[in-house]
Ligand binder design. Structure first.
Ligand code: TRP
Ligand code: ZN
Length: 472
């Protein structure tokens, strides 16, 4: 599923000019994209690429569903996999690309017929036996196997398929999905997922969404099937394999499924209760919970961060209350309502951080305004103010000061400008209007102006697109 486009321009927040429906190829940045592959005109890659990840994605087709059969052996960290991708051609495709950096491929078929393929860098080019006609639904099946490896990026850290002592866990943000399955890694191409995970019996496998029946055992191996029935961006796809104690309850009719590695000492029930509490609180602030289950997984790894994987965040160590509130808030802000471009990562992290401030305000801590005031005292010359929150640059997309804290400050400044009534209506309307879709900053500005009847361009210009401390 590809959502409508919105482009928030980096240097100007003039929404009117930002509102085009299909970004022309000429918006590709000057710094862009080495040429992907010596391909002809039928490969699909024509529309705007992500400025921070210009190699990723292909807009020539639209994925509906990924069915990922993953057979994994923790002792050897060997994966044998079959990915079945259901998609629709948006134009004639004599060939098309997927993003893929995983282990060797054995065979690819398109609609059951053997297809030629070529790997170059992160792109996998598939040449079907016959060109695909526009509007046509097609199925790509890729068989592959070996030992997947994570990406270790100097700026973005360790991500993708991460092996653990007792299994593996996937943390894909931002472009790590390609380390373990062939994917159209474009934020706009959300899809539903089925995970069929086979392991030695006794090993536990979790993923996004809900289990389909009980795991099926035979020949010393067990297959667990999980489905994510709501649209999901590929950076949120999660598999966790290992030794886990699993807790399952219902919260207002929604399954809450959490998993805890029993090797970790300490309280194993906090994640479960805190997740339920954060979800129930989130519903009162942000509106209806967007997915069919909730939960979390605590799986020790070398990642060094938690990730808001859809419906079931992953924590690399036992989280505190703020961390659970943060990852839970991402289910509304980031997972359901997803940026169109990584440049707008503040729409994820600013809102999730602001949710922590709101939670504190309502649970005996400082008010969000007090938290804001403390940070606003940072001197103008401090590196805190140096980059643009609305365009931090690829290497600084997870900069805590610039994206998380100044992103949350932007929202507090908006709240104090338009008032609580308009602000909390905005939080709910944002989720209602853009549920399961993609957004840009211009969508937020437009909605905030619509609700408040004010000109908010100067506020957002100062707080998002100026690399300096805003005057108040
Ligand atoms: N998006 C994650 C969160 O805030 C954090 C995250 C993902 C991250 N990848 C990262 C933080 C790399 C630092 C470095 O929940
Ligand atoms: Zn976050």
């Amino acid at each position: 599923m590809t959502s409508r486009e919105c482009a928030a321009l980096a240097l100007s927040v003039t929404c009117a000019t930002a509102l085009f429906t299909a970004a022309p190829a000429s918006t590709a940045p000057a710094t862009a994209a080495p040429v992907v592959a010596p391909l002809g005109g039928d490969q699909g890659q024509t529309r705007a690429r992500d400025p921070y990840f210009p190699l990723s994605g292909n807009q020539g087709y639209d994925v509906q569903h990924y069915d990922l059969g993953l057979d994994f052996t923790p002792a050897s960290h060997e994966l044998a996999a079959e990915a079945t991708i259901t998609a629709r051609a948006e134009r004639r495709l004599a060939r098309f690309t997927l993003d893929y950096s995983g282990p060797p491929i054995q065979r690819i078929t398109v609609d059951g017929r053997e297809a030629a393929y070529r790997r170059e860098g992160q792109k996998l080019t598939v040449v079907p036996a016959e060109a695909l006609r526009p509007g046509r639904d097609f199925t790509v099946q890729v068989r592959y196997g070996g030992r997947p490896e994570p990406i270790n990026d100097p700026a973005l850290g360790l991500y993708g398929w991460i092996n653990t002592d007792d299994g593996a866990v996937t943390l894909n943000e931002p472009d790590g999905a390609r380390t373990w399955y062939p994917v159209n890694d474009d934020l706009r191409d959300k899809a539903t997922y089925t995970f069929r995970i086979t392991t030695p019996t006794g090993v536990t496998a979790l993923a996004n969404g809900e289990p389909q029946g009980r795991p099926r055992a035979g020949n010393g191996r067990t297959t667990a099937t999980w489905t994510m029935a709501k649209p999901m961006a590929s950076y949120l796809a999660m598999v966790a394999i290992g030794n886990f104690d699993v807790t399952r309850t219902q919260v207002d009719g929604i399954p809450n499924i959490t998993a805890y590695d029993p090797a970790i000492p300490g309280d194993d029930s906090f994640l479960h209760s805190a997740t339920a509490a954060a979800e129930q609180w989130g519903v009162t602030k942000f509106g209806r919970y967007p997915f069919d289950s909730m939960g979390g997984v605590i799986d020790p790894s070398d990642a060094g961060y938690a990730l808001e994987t859809q419906s079931r965040p992953v924590y690399d160590s036992p989280p505190d209350e703020s961390a659970v509130v943060h990852e839970s808030a991402h289910q509304w802000f980031g997972d359901s309502v997803t940026p169109t471009s990584w440049q707008d990562i503040w729409l994820n992290e600013g809102f999730a951080t602001y949710a922590e401030w709101l939670w504190q305000e309502e649970h005996g801590g400082p008010s969000a305004q007090e938290t804001f005031d403390g940070l606003y005292a940072t001197p103008a010359g401090d590196p805190f103010w140096q980059l643009k929150t609305g365009d931090p640059g690829r290497d600084e997309m997870f900069n805590y000061d610039v994206v998380y804290l100044r992103g949350a400050m932007t929202l507090q400044e908006l709240r104090s400008t338009i008032g609580d009534d308009a602000f909390f209506r905005l939080l709910r309307e944002w989720n209602e209007r853009y549920r399961y879709g993609n957004v840009g900053t211009c969508d937020l500005i437009r909605l905030a102006e619509e609700i408040s009847h004010r000109d908010l361009q100067p506020l957002f210009q100062a707080w998002l697109y100026t690399a300096a401390k805003p005057a108040r």
